[in-house]
Design a protein around this ligand. Sequence first.
Ligand SMILES: [Fe+2]
Length: 196
Amino acid sequence: MPYAMKPLACDPAAIDGMSERIIVSHYENNYGGAVKRLNAITQQLAELDWATAPVFVVNGLKREELVASNSMILHELFFESLGASAASADLLAQLEQDFGGMDAWSAQFAAMGRALGGGSGWVLLAWSQRDRKLINTWASDHTCNLAGATPILALDMYEHSYHMDFGAAAAKYVDAFMNNLNLAGASAKLAQLKGL
Ligand SMILES: [Fe+2]
């Protein structure tokens, strides 16, 4: 199989306000499902006769490849985003420059999560290489990403992320996520992107 599941990046028993059951289910079923789907799509693409394949087959497989690829990648980042830790001085300075500080960034990011509650999608904190700045980006599905930007934190707003623990109370899940941010992990990702 060309794609393999990464180990669960966070300790599912140590995320305050979120159950081990929902994190493990999310990891095994939703993340694991995306990896399995991507492998099946990759296999079908490898066997495709590109000269004769109908356009709807080409479009369908390539679209589903993108959906499954980004679902895999963003879920890996989501689990890496959990596990409370402190931001580096550089991340704090960047948040100050681009948002007016950690609290202002956090208020914006959480509001975007709540706004997707009851629907689905992602909220991403991404580093735009073009503009050398951090930006909170909105995604209604796995395929929405700012071109050229690399996410360093990911909040999954699909209902499977919270329904088992919080029912329809998406805002409580957003609060729990914000209380467990792995800011040290985001700091390391930002430093690598900046070439520090
Ligand atoms: Fe998910």
